[in-house]
Design a protein around this ligand. Sequence first.
Ligand code: GLC
Length: 575
Amino acid sequence: MTISTRAHHPAEPHDAPWWRHAVIYQIYPRSWADGNGDGVGDLAGITARLPYLADLGVDAIWVSPFYVSPMNDAGYDVADYRDIDPVFGTLDDADALIDQAHDLGIRVIVDLVPNHTSSEHAWFQQALAAAPGSAERARYMFAEGKGADGSEPPNNWQSVFGGPAWTRLEEADGTPGQWYLHLFDPTQPDLNWENPEVREMFLDVLRFWLDRGVDGFRVDVAHGLVKAEGLPDWHERTGMLGSHEEEHATEGEEPERAPMWDQDAVHEIYREWRKLLDSYNPAGDPARDRILCAEAWVDSVERAVAYTRPDEMHQAFNFGFLECPWRAADLREVITDSLDAAELVSAPSTWVLSNHDVVRHASRLGLKVGSQRPNGIGVGDVQPNAALGARRARAATALMLALPGSAYVYQGEELGLPDHTALPDHVRQDPTWERSGHAERGRDGCRVPMPWEAGRPSYGFGPSGQTWLPQPEIYGALAVDRQVGVDGSSLELYRTLLAARRELDLGVGELSWEDGLGEDVVSFRTTDRDGSGVRVITNLRAEPLPLPEGAEPLLSSAALTDGTVPTDTTVWLRV
Ligand code: GLC
């Protein structure tokens, strides 16, 4: 067998800024650890469990929103950007969390939600009380309705969660009035980013958290802030992935862009933010950079990396990688394209397999290869093959953590947690379920509270037996205390992967593809500037793959048998 190597992505210096190679762990605060036993996770719970993350070996945490909120979209509906919701704690608790994380060498990224506020935000309440045309209304997207009596919405946009994206107000005198835009729930009115007051407010919010010591922001719906001039009608359903037009576009033609997403003018906002963040690190110390990461579901990797041009954000989530089917050719292609595109703007690529909005990869990869990613799985739906999903998830993670760039890990994936795929529908809280007329189950299944100790009520999530969503029984067997120190457990695999990744500096490594092992095998090397690193093989063939001659396995996602790499297994070999 001849193996040829093609150098691809060049290695970076060892002292590259931290975010170019960091492994960032996403905490969904409602579901990570409950300090006070009310069934909802909180900041005190997070702080108490931080040593677990230091031990796991992550570089940073990203904490989903913890701000004051009526929780109609689990905190992505913010009523006060400068305070903590009582269910999560207080600003003192946030300070304690940031300090404790820093003491443990873990950086802290908070979630910023700039596309919309909650309808309970003081600004929206003022807008409701004020007259059409007022300065208060100009902070949001108010418009007159169409038709003689204004009873039709200003345009035909649908909301991401289902149903129309416009809601009509009743004015103070009881008459039907203006409409306001909400790309998400009606309790999440979109802000008007043409208004300088809105821009000022967010610069202040950034300063507020930077002054408290946070290391960066994950920017929610970063591609949505600016809408196309004139708010033209759109003929497609509004999904997070923009136009959905890609498959209809003629080869070589740019797909038509949805008027609510990814407008060029949005980039100006991030240039301003970048200047502010850079001013917190005037000496350009690579360890002190404060960062921005875009959640931008856009049509192509080229559009995605536009958010990470040198004077904009530092990172953007790589949803192409998350969406990639479990096929070797697709994996090679998405990795190549991601690295190439990132290089065009001198940014690192990022990698992610799970988050709080998608079916966990341990479940997703147990569905038929190439099938459309479901928005939640419930009773009566096609159920994933759990064993296959778990196996492929481990192989996918072992592949991901060898890639150069920065990787995101979603809480509980280190335990191999699947989604709760049999959650009773009456406990669902994601607005998607109701707004889609029960057509889409939504995201609750990936948001179920973490299991820490198998033998305790709520599997140790908190001191009481309460959990805001029920946990599936399988979470007992997967609890942290069942996996710590257990050879071959998912948790130990993640720890080993993260330790090796750090020791070998894979995050700043050069990637070179290896050809010759066959179509259904993904194989590459990542080596740092000194030449140390790993050779990675992921076997997606139906048969075991003989290990190359002289290979010295460093770790593998499943046990190797008789000198072969079994199906759906990733192995790291010494180089
Ligand atoms: C982002 C969040 C998601 C939220 C939506 C609206 O996509 O990740 O959870 O529902 O924005 O804020």
